[in-house]
Design a protein around this ligand. Sequence first.
Ligand SMILES: CC(C)(COP(=O)(O)OP(=O)(O)OC[C@H]1O[C@@H](n2cnc3c(N)ncnc32)[C@H](O)[C@@H]1OP(=O)(O)O)[C@@H](O)C(=O)NCCC(=O)NCCS
Length: 152
Amino acid sequence: MQATDNNNSDLLDLEREVYKGEMPWSSFSFKTELQKTKNSLYVVVYQASTLVGFIGARFLTREAHITNIAVSPVFQGRGIGTFLLNLMIQKARDNKCECISLEVRIDNDRAKKLYSDLGFEATFIRKNYYQDDVDAVNMVCWLMPHKLKERS
Ligand SMILES: CC(C)(COP(=O)(O)OP(=O)(O)OC[C@H]1O[C@@H](n2cnc3c(N)ncnc32)[C@H](O)[C@@H]1OP(=O)(O)O)[C@@H](O)C(=O)NCCC(=O)NCCS
């Protein structure tokens, strides 16, 4: 998506709602991310004029990386997160990426279960990754058949 000031403001509002005011990214870094147009994709879901969910990813030569995903608390549990992740996994396949990765808070059991249900595997821990010093788990979903074979 081509980020506009309206999109930015909706996305920032949703981040604040989801994280109860404590955004994992600063407002500045979030806006900077949204201005990127090269190798970067944000997909948004609106109901009428209300933003209810979004996902962002960067596409490198061999790897896609999900930078952010959030669904409005009112709309969680209706399959929107699954839909957005499957869409980004398909985009990564279309771009011939070998894998798609992400970081998730070590204590975010619900998100970790969702990712593992979709084929992501925990790889390593990033210590004190978040602003409140909580660790992150790096998770990877392998997309190329030969990579899957090598690992079995
Ligand atoms: C993680 C998140 C994006 C998932 O989005 P979502 O739209 O709720 O996801 P889905 O509706 O596809 O549901 C995914 C799973 O969560 C489960 N779930 C949904 N609502 C739930 C709830 N209130 N409590 C426990 N589990 C719940 C669903 O049952 C589903 O599991 P299942 O497939 O075994 O049934 C969303 O919860 C969110 O924005 N969380 C806050 C921000 C966050 O943690 N982002 C991830 C950063 S890495």
